[in-house]
Design a protein around this ligand. Structure first.
Ligand SMILES: *Cc1c(COP(=O)(O)O)cnc(C)c1O
Length: 409
């Protein structure tokens, strides 16, 4: 979402990258990531707070390496993300593993790699305790039963959610911890994505404070993420400064009462990388029907699925004709499925061959892409210090066939 000039890549910069590397292409602006990270650090400067980038939003190894260079930790949800983090150079101590519904084998693999582990169900907690006792400290993911988040699909803390162990099962957790001598050093919650209301976090942390009395070895409280960013001008955002102020106040007050020093942890994904990303496509055809003017672009939900999957709004602009007259278009993809990026959008006049940009394409953009329709995944480019670097080559037809095994027929 364009805000200030220095915060946003210009149309001409994006066009240049599109011309050099082709389209569709994801473009990431490194300095914007740094700006976001710095905002978080500053908002929480008065408390002992650490941030772990939730890398499921965007896992290109260069993005991970850049996060590491900023001093940010890493939050992972699969053993593969853990391995990517280690390859990117993260110290295992700076990696959190927060999977759900994985088997004990995957948890053991993470233990062998030495990362922080969040356990999110009673069954694994018991198995882990029985196998390792207190020899490897763990964190527990609780479900505080707070209904929050931009929509039901991305809300994870409600009563019907599969995530975390219900706070109402605390007695059961305690029994397992006691009888297996588990050492619990962290409590975790993550109530969902796109939470704009600061009070949700304050309610969450109060519940976590209440839970601390059951765990004598705590070192950290992890409030997950869910910071909302603006997707268009005027969109509400999580007020990070207010959040920092209020949470710091609550946290420091609690820490003074608590017998041990506690760290506050967060796992932002979207907040760090959403706005750094631009997805540039080409207008293939302008198709006027009786009711609608469609722009058909050389991409689809195989490359950016958020509009179709979550009904997400991504601002679309014509960077090849930024001064043109505004007209109303419906922007669709080239996939043989209903594939609409945006209905009735005011965009400056689009001509076939023009480049369009989708803003806020850094988080859950490339990462959720697929090869549906046997289309190739886009290239990724990182702009750092004003220079574009190719950080992922566009797929080729060989990538589609690479793991297929041809049998005698
Ligand atoms: C997805 C996820 C996050 C990041 O959420 P955002 O809305 O992208 O900030 C953080 N923690 C966990 C455990 C997650 O699954």
């Amino acid at each position: 979402m364009p805000k200030t000039q220095s915060d946003v890549l210009s149309a001409s910069t994006l066009v240049k990258v599109a011309e050099e590397f082709g389209t569709p292409v994801y473009i990431y602006h490194a300095e914007k990531i740094k700006t976001q990270y710095t905002k978080l650090k500053q908002a929480f400067a008065k408390s002992d707070t650490r941030f772990f980038y939730a890398c499921k939003a965007l896992t290109n190894i260069n993005i991970l390496r850049y996060m590491n260079s900023l001093g940010c930790g890493l939050d992972t949800v699969s053993i593969q993300e853990v391995e990517l983090g280690l390859r990117a150079g993260f110290d295992p101590k700076n990696i959190i593993f927060t999977p759900n519904c994985v088997d004990l084998q995957e948890i053991i693999a993470a233990k062998e790699l030495g990362v922080n582990i969040n356990i999110d169900n009673i069954s694994i907690l018991e198995q882990f305790g029985n196998t390792f006792g207190g020899s490897y400290p763990i964190c527990i993911r609780l479900n505080p039963h707070i209904m929050a988040g931009g929509n039901f699909k991305i809300s994870t803390g409600h009563v019907d959610s599969k995530f975390g162990i219900s706070i109402h099962q605390i007695r059961h957790i305690e029994r397992i911890v006691k009888s297996t001598k588990l050492k619990v050093t962290g409590l975790h919650m993550h109530t969902g994505s796109e939470i704009k209301d600061v009070d949700v976090f304050l309610r969450g942390v109060e519940i976590m404070f209440e839970m601390t009395e059951h765990f004598p070895d705590l070192e950290s409280i992890d409030l997950g993420s869910g910071f909302k960013v603006a997707y268009q001008p005027g969109d509400p955002e999580t007020d990070i400064d207010l959040l920092g102020e209020k949470l710091t106040e609550a946290f420091n007050k609690f820490s003074a009462k608590y017998k041990r020093p506690l760290q506050l942890w967060f796992e932002p994904g979207k907040y760090l990388v959403s706005q750094c990303g631009y997805f540039v496509v080409k207008a293939n055809v302008i198709k006027q029907t009786t009711a609608t003017v469609f722009v058909g672009v050389n991409s689809g939900f195989n490359h950016l699925i958020r509009p179709m999957f979550y009904d997400s709004f991504h601002l679309i602009r014509n960077i090849s004709n930024p001064q043109g007259t505004e007209r109303i278009y419906t922007v669709v993809g080239n996939i043989c499925e209903t594939d609409t990026f945006g209905w009735d959008r005011k965009i400056t006049e689009v001509r076939e061959g023009d480049f369009l940009v989708f803003y806020n394409a850094g988080a859950y953009g490339f990462e959720m892409s697929s090869n549906f329709n046997s289309r190739l995944k886009p290239a990724e480019v990182m702009i750092k210090d004003g220079k574009p670097h190719l950080i992922r080559k566009r797929d080729t037809i060989d990538d589609l066939l690479k793991n297929q095994v041809e049998i005698a027929l």
